[in-house]
Design a protein around this ligand. Structure first.
Ligand code: GLC
Length: 735
């Protein structure tokens, strides 16, 4: 539809019809047998607003969506099509690794490809918008949703934000098999006090701008059509009513002119925050902040009409919100074709097709991080008896949180993959113990079923596991968090491996020293015991549909692991939050000088995380030579080339992630001890060496200075180039 026709349409709509465009309702309202009863009535929902709601959340399936859309448009006074939106975070039916795992690939291009596949499966299923990517910077492993973010680093999250938006949207959302992306959650939802869900966020403006906002900006600059508000407060004002955050920062400074959607019921929650006295004030606060869509509450549709009639809210505010929504529908081509790519035959053809499975398998294998290996890995294909033990050895559901659209019947388990590779007399399988011990209850999680087993049953599992471990040359111990212990409202005050599984580990250790731990988790965990006593530890996160294949690919050396942690693994819960790009402090602790009492350190644990950001081992070994700079004076227009010689001195081909960090030694505000500025993945065969070079320019040195202007400052800079954030391989230059 032409621009002027959109304006004419808007002009022709009644106030009530316009306000209904700002409402988003769940698919359950559009089932044939829906009647507006009790709670719905209280929310202010009427048959009319249901029939005219601008968007619908939580529906998938070509035929179903086409049917709803057809009926819906017939009722619509102007036959305006509805938008169908869904949480497709890491895949629709082909489930990819959780985003925290994707961050560990340090390969945004791969995530772009996976997002493109997710978009295709979503589009043929009738979906128009996905509520992804989530790009919140995360530094607190207690928070349940760290699994949904690429990680702790501002630059890395920015690269993944860009890539995923491009993957979902392509050059234009009108293209076939593309959906609109929604950058979330704006802003700084990943920094709640105490790592507790929905909790207060207290950040200085400086930290907000320097560390938390850039990934959202990167996603917006990549063209994200939507942004979603966050549940938390910023500077004491809930994001969904925060005019400074939304009008000044998001719309003016970041130049975002797309659709701003509230998170689920977040407009009404302004009341519970204590930022609105009632629904009327909540509606006023939300629309004045420029929130266009009220997700799943009746606040807007029950209050805005009166507010406009009384003159408290200008109708222009409604019009601008409606116009953005109509423009999004228009960009998607819905006025010409309200069904876009919905197509049942293509659903059958593309969903979980071999090409998609192969992409999921590749992404999973590349997301695994080898944390420890005393040489026990890779496994031998013959002549080795392998006992696969643990609750994940045969577990079908290897999907992370937010993968509810996937069906675990499609997942390849470790056992299935192992039996494809090893002779039957080489391998045994035993559960050993349940994923959780009885006293951990995950009430309220719809799909959670109490795993109550008799003492006898559990003893049998343990006995069988120990017997098999005794007979085996090596044990692959597949353990980890329950998938429902991570994700939204799944925060943990103790980030331990479930204690019943640690007991299993100790029992197995008594009879077999060669334990390879394969770890399933959605957050960094306290791995001290495993680090000390296991022969190897492979971090596999929640790897998705092709998890079993990818795990066996890596365990057998078919794929040499190359993942690097995108979030630090704390020494223990007490160290949280911990991240590599910290400030020095006035009394920095110098490792090894623990006798110095008055230093910034703990009495009882080290300052360093157990595994640092950027860390990950390989089956081969790389050396990174000293840094060569082609100059040590950088001016505003120039650049400096920084090179290292990377060599594969091991026996297997492998891929290394060479990371470039920079420290601004002193500035008008304190600067992090290191900041990731660039990275390159390099694959070398044994004996091969290659020069890896980076170009540094003045723009790489810019930051929010004391006066909050963004720019560089002259002075001394240190360059670090290495294979994790602990690298001491350094050189200096001055600007
Ligand atoms: C949830 C999440 C958000 C999601 C939305 C719709 O509460 O915070 O990320 O997109 O509701 O499901």
């Amino acid at each position: 539809m032409k621009k002027e026709d959109l304006a004419a349409l808007l002009k022709d709509m009644s106030l009530e019809e316009k306000i209904h465009q700002l409402l988003q309702l769940g698919g359950q309202f559009y089932a044939e047998d829906t009647v507006v009863t009790g709670p719905m009535k209280e929310q202010g929902f009427t048959e009319k607003c249901i029939g005219e709601a601008g968007s619908i959340i939580g529906v998938m399936g070509a035929e179903k969506i086409k049917e709803i859309q057809k009926t819906y448009m017939e009722k619509q006074p102007h036959h305006i099509p509805a938008l169908f939106m869904l949480d497709v975070i890491n895949g629709l039916r082909t489930i990819f690794p959780i985003p925290l795992a994707q961050g560990a690939t340090f390969e945004p291009k791969l995530s772009e490809r996976c997002a493109s596949i997710a978009a295709k499966e979503s589009a043929v299923s009738g979906v128009h918008v996905t509520f992804a990517p989530m790009v919140d910077v995360v530094r607190d492993a207690r928070w349940g949703r760290v699994m949904e973010s690429p990680g702790e680093d501002t630059l890395l999250n920015s690269k993944f934000a860009e890539a995923m938006v491009r993957g979902f949207q392509g050059e234009s959302v009108a293209e076939e098999y593309k959906v609109a992306a929604c950058i979330k959650h704006f802003a700084a939802y990943g920094a709640p006090d105490g790592g507790r869900e929905y909790n207060t966020v207290e950040l200085s403006d400086h930290t907000l701008y320097e560390s938390y906002l850039p990934p959202y900006k990167a996603g917006i600059d990549a063209g994200s059509e939507l942004v979603m508000t966050s549940f938390n407060t910023i500077n004491g004002i809930p994001a969904s009513g925060n005019r400074k955050l939304m009008r000044q920062i998001l719309r003016e400074e970041m130049e975002f002119d797309g659709v701003l959607i509230s998170d689920y019921a977040a407009i009404e929650e302004l009341i519970y925050h204590g930022y609105a006295a009632d629904r009327r004030e909540a509606a006023k606060r939300g629309i004045e902040a420029g929130v266009d869509i009220d997700m799943m509450t009746g606040v807007y549709i029950s209050q805005l009409g009166e507010l406009v009639k009384s003159g408290e809210v200008k109708e222009e505010l409604i019009d601008e919100a409606v116009l953005r929504i109509l423009q999004l529908k228009n960009k998607l081509g819905l006025f010409e074709n309200p069904y876009k790519d919905a197509n049942a035959e293509k659903e059958t053809k593309y969903i979980l097709c071999q090409e998609h499975r192969e992409a999921a398998r590749e992404m999973a294998a590349k997301s695994f991080v080898l944390l420890k290996n005393n040489g026990v890995l890779p496994l031998k294909k013959e002549g080795q008896k392998i006992a696969f033990i643990g609750p994940y050895a045969e577990e079908k559901n290897l999907h992370g949180a937010w993968s509810f659209l996937g069906d675990s019947k499609d997942t390849i388990t470790i056992r299935q993959a192992a039996e494809e590779v090893f002779a039957a007399n080489q391998v045994t399988f035993a559960k050993g113990c349940p994923i959780l011990e009885e006293d951990i209850k995950l009430e309220g999680f719809g799909e959670y079923k109490d795993e109550i087993y008799s003492q006898k049953e559990k003893e049998n599992w343990l006995t069988q596991a120990i017997e098999q471990a005794k007979e085996a040359d090596v044990v692959v111990l597949a353990i980890g968090e329950h998938r429902l212990q991570t994700g939204e409202s799944a925060c943990r005050a103790d980030i331990c491996v479930p204690k019943n599984q640690l007991k299993l580990f100790r029992k197995i250790k008594e009879v077999n020293q060669n334990i390879i731990v394969v770890l399933f988790n959605g957050r960094p965990l306290d791995l001290r015991e495993l680090e000390t006593h296991a022969a190897a530890v492979l971090e596999v996160w929640f790897p998705g549909t092709e998890g079993g294949h990818a795990i066996i690919d890596v365990l057998t050396g078919n794929t040499n692991p190359s993942g690097k942690l995108s979030m630090s693994f704390p020494y223990c819960t007490g160290q949280v939050p911990v991240h590599y790009n910290e400030f020095s402090t006035g009394r920095p602790h110098v490792p090894g000088r623990d006798k110095d009492r008055f230093r910034s350190k703990y009495l009882d644990i080290p300052n360093a995380p157990l595994y640092p950001f950027g860390y990950g081992l390989s089956y081969t070994e790389f050396t990174c030579g000293p840094i060569q700079l082609d100059g040590n004076q950088l001016n505003q227009q120039g650049s400096i080339k920084a090179c290292v010689l990377l060599k594969n001195i091991g026996k297997a081909a492998g891929t290394e992630v060479v990371q470039l960090y920079i420290q601004d030694v002193s500035g008008s505000v304190v600067r992090p001890v290191k900041e990731l500025k660039d990275f390159q993945k390099v694959t070398l065969i044994p004996g091969e060496e290659r020069e890896v070079s980076f170009t540094i320019s003045e723009k790489d040195l810019r930051f929010y200075r004391e006066d909050m202007t963004f720019g560089s400052e002259p002075g001394l800079f240190r360059v670090y180039i290495g294979t994790d954030s602990n690298t001491e391989n350094q050189a200096e230059f001055t600007l």
